[in-house]
Design a protein around this ligand. Structure first.
Ligand code: SF4
Length: 355
């Protein structure tokens, strides 16, 4: 188990992050926030797969006003992502948002910042300073900067100072770049300077395939070093994939439980069942009955043959080791019976439901 950094605790609409609280899983809608019904629909779908905090873009006043309607129909904290216009942030607070993602250095005069910070403080709304290499490129000569990680941290600390000078410390920070090395270095450097909770992510990571791998590598390195209090896997995909990937990353490091630990072999010439098809079907079927928030994952093994099969299946809570068009079912290390290939999925799902 990895030792996590002792960061400050902040409360995002009832979900606490930092200070050793479970690493919260976030995503972001890709609907038009002006269309609040579609936005609510997507958030409800994300809730079903275990999303714990959701962010929406608020690019205009209509979207800011919709926060009230969205909040009314969802069950997880809502974060408003705002750039430049402090009036949108004020309206979002007014409409009951749970957290703001805004960079105070980008919203103009000191008076505007003061007005916003005062409102956030009064409503107990944390602010995430989200420094992003993409937007830094526009304001600094980021592309020619040698130490990009240092530049990201410098920018974040400038924003942090604006808030601290106004006696506001209800802060989370992210320092995202699209390459793993810069991102990791930036978070490490920031963690050595401040104990605000961090929101981890590799920005613009790409498709489900590339983005999941890139995020897993980057987030994995940071999480293993104790850095990170909430994560978002940023993918060019349905945000449901972001949540699924986030759980898998945290499960791989034993930092969160998904309820299921599914072990399966890669198949080889000894395999005499259609294991690839079975595992795909099993994963889909299990996701529909997945138990959330349990302390320990239920381990299920689905193995192709008797070479490694019995060993893995015995170690699992239950599992099947394949034979010729059938398999031997193990439960808590003991052989139970033989199961024909076409009954594996149903049998394992039923056992999971009862476990
Ligand atoms: S468990 Fe058996 S079928 Fe699966 S990869 Fe290993 S040897 Fe091959």
């Amino acid at each position: 188990m990895f030792t996590r950094n002792k960061t400050k605790v902040i409360n995002i609409g009832g979900v606490k992050i930092g200070g050793g609280n479970p690493i919260a899983i976030q995503s972001m809608t890709n609907t038009n926030t002006q269309d609040w019904k579609s936005t609510v629909k997507q958030i409800r779908e994300l809730e079903e797969v275990g999303c714990e905090i959701i962010r929406v873009s608020v690019p205009d006043m209509e979207s800011a006003k919709n926060i009230k309607y969205i909040k009314k129909h969802i069950h997880i904290p809502l974060v408003a992502d705002i750039h430049f216009d402090h009036r949108l942030a004020l309206e979002a607070i007014n409409q009951g948002v749970d957290k703001l993602r805004i960079n105070p250095g980008n919203i103009g005069s000191k008076e505007k910042v003061q007005e916003l910070v005062k409102a956030a403080k009064k409503a107990h709304i944390p602010i995430r300073i989200g420094v992003n290499a993409g937007s830094l490129k526009q304001v600094h000569d980021f592309s020619t900067t040698k130490d990009k990680a240092k530049a990201l941290v410098k920018a974040a600390l400038e924003h942090v100072k604006i808030l601290e000078d106004l006696d506001f410390e209800d802060i989370a920070v992210s320092l995202k770049a699209s390459d793993v090395a810069t991102t990791v270095e930036a978070y490490k450097l920031f963690a050595s300077k401040r104990n605000y909770p961090t929101h981890l992510g590799i920005t613009e990571a790409g498709s489900v395939f590339r983005g999941t791998i890139k995020s897993s590598v980057g987030l994995g390195i940071m999480l293993a070093q104790g850095i990170g209090d909430t994560i978002r896997v940023s993918l060019t995909a349905n945000p449901i994939e972001e949540v699924r990937a986030a759980y898998q990353i945290l499960q791989s490091l034993d930092l969160r439980s998904t309820g299921i630990d599914l072990v399966s072999c890669p198949t080889c010439s000894r395999t005499k069942v259609n294991l690839i098809k079975i595992v795909i079907e099993l994963e889909i079927a299990l996701s529909k009955v997945q138990k959330k928030n349990i302390k320990k994952d239920i381990k299920i093994a689905v193995m192709g043959c008797v070479v490694n099969g019995p060993g893995e299946a015995k170690e699992a809570d239950f599992g099947i080791a394949g034979g010729n068009k059938e398999g031997v079912l193990f439960k808590k290390g003991k052989i139970v019976c033989k199961v024909p290939e076409n009954k594996w999925v149903k049998t394992l799902v039923e056992l999971y439901k009862k476990a």
